[in-house]
Design a binder for this molecule. Structure first.
Ligand SMILES: *Cc1c(COP(=O)(O)O)cnc(C)c1O
Length: 434
């Protein structure tokens, strides 16, 4: 099978996500035959360095022997059983481990990130209802936030290009000012700006507490907004404010969990515990779809009742799928047996040093948080992001800029020569795309 034949068949049979399909007249699809470590290979043997971890999911590279073996072993035992009325070893072990890691528990599973958002929103509302406060039925999120594309999740998302078309279908939510320091006034430090935004949050919450169920937030990095980063003091203040006014805090760690921001979970950098934590993407190392919502004993207890409808009657067919849980357990085992966070700090330093080559380019607001790097490119080319993507592919590099924001969110397994390739090729590709 050649690349060309596969492209034609795919365009006829597959509706690709987040894509204006007509643009594939100019930007060809890339059929991938196999993956190995940092690299994706097409059917003609050309390879691409996966600098975006296959949409922020892959942590330890493609074709990882440990994760692959765990899935194979599980496949010989039990591929799937429904989780209502039944249970199995991988889901129990994974839930126990996630409980130890987060200090939360009562793991409730879904398949994709958006389903975790839906679960957390519904649980929060239902908690207040079970507690005799059904007036608490509204949500707030940050300006420019992203929590997924299903109707409930899109209702708390604030990215116009994804949301505006469907406005008539969505439950309204309010947005509070984002502490993303790109939005700060000149001369204001990220910390001062975060504190000022927290004051705005408090003002809003103080006047709307009776109707607010929860505040949902992406801790430390608003990824889909173009890797907007903010000072952890905002999370501390948000926790205090939510406690003071009895509003739940939902931490959407779908993109930032599992070491991405430098700690296992981003909330740790503010020493806070949310009422709900949503996890997905990296949870299986990028091998199988799985998401989970973890919560507190207090919230769980409010559902524990003789009345059926006080329980959380939500489900997805593949809830807690054993194969996906086994991939997640194998991923967590890598964190346990290899000093991943420490090793990532060394890799990050090496990238930061090599990044000096970017200083000749028209970059703005170079920033890094753990294993995420981003900067804006100043150019008059309105097609910059598409050109950068296409030129990247031509040079064997998978970059997917968000507008004029170029970012790296690579798997954690890069070696020195791959780091060199990543940085040098990015510089070359940007020069070509200005
Ligand atoms: C990707 C993402 C989601 C949605 O996850 P899907 O698996 O794409 O449904 C939700 N929140 C954040 C912060 C994300 O980055």
């Amino acid at each position: 099978m050649t690349n060309q034949q596969l492209i034609q068949r795919s365009l006829t049979a597959v509706w690709h996500p987040c894509t204006q399909m007509k643009q594939h007249e100019q930007y060809p699809l890339v059929p991938i035959q196999h993956g190995e470590g940092m690299w994706l290979y097409d059917f003609e043997g050309k390879r691409y360095l996966d600098a975006v971890s296959s949409w922020w999911t892959n942590l330890f590279g493609h074709n990882h022997p440990g994760i692959k073996d765990a899935i194979k072993q599980q496949l010989d035992t039990l591929e799937h059983v429904m989780l209502a009325g039944f249970t199995h070893q991988p889901v129990i072990e994974l839930s126990e481990k996630l409980g130890e890691l987060t200090g939360l528990g009562h793991a409730f599973y879904g398949s994709d990130g958006a389903s975790a958002t839906e679960i957390a929103l519904k649980m929060s509302f239902h908690f207040w209802r079970n507690s005799g406060k059904s007036g608490k039925n509204k949500f707030i999120s940050l300006q420019n936030s992203y929590h997924g594309e299903t109707l409930g999740a899109l209702g708390v998302t604030d990215v116009a290009i994804f949301k505006d078309t469907y406005a008539a279908l969505l439950t309204q939510s309010a947005q509070v000012p984002s502490p993303d320091w790109r939005l700060a006034e000149q001369g204001e430090s990220p910390e001062q700006f975060a504190l000022r935004c927290a004051d705005a949050l408090e003002q809003y919450v103080a006047t709307h507490a009776d109707e607010l169920a929860a505040f949902i937030i992406e801790p430390l990095v608003q990824c889909a907004a173009g890797m907007g980063m903010y000072h952890p003091v905002y999370l501390q203040r948000a926790r205090e404010i939510c406690d003071r006014y009895q509003v739940h805090l939902i931490a959407d760690e779908i993109a930032v969990g599992f070491g991405r921001t430098g700690t296992m979970f981003a909330c740790e950098q503010a020493s806070i515990k949310p009422d709900f934590m949503c996890l997905s993407k990296g949870i299986t190392g990028g091998y199988l779809p799985l998401s989970v919502v973890l919560t507190t004993d207090v919230i769980y207890q409010a559902f524990y009742h003789d009345e059926v409808t006080k329980g959380f009657l939500h489900s997805h067919s593949y809830t807690g799928n054993p194969l996906a849980c086994s991939a997640a357990l194998a991923t967590l085992a890598i964190f346990e047996t290899e000093d991943v966070l420490q090793r990532n700090r060394q890799k990050a330093e090496s990238i930061n040093m090599k990044m000096q080559v970017l200083t000749d380019l028209p970059t703005k607001r170079l920033r890094q948080q753990g294993m995420i790097w981003a900067f804006e490119i100043v150019t008059r080319n309105a097609q910059f992001s598409k050109d950068c993507y296409a030129n990247g592919l031509a040079h064997g590099l998978l970059l997917r800029p968000i507008g004029n924001t170029v970012y790296w969110m690579p798997p954690y397994v890069m070696n020195e020569s791959e780091i060199g390739f990543l940085v040098d090729t990015t510089a070359k590709v940007i020069k070509q795309s200005l």
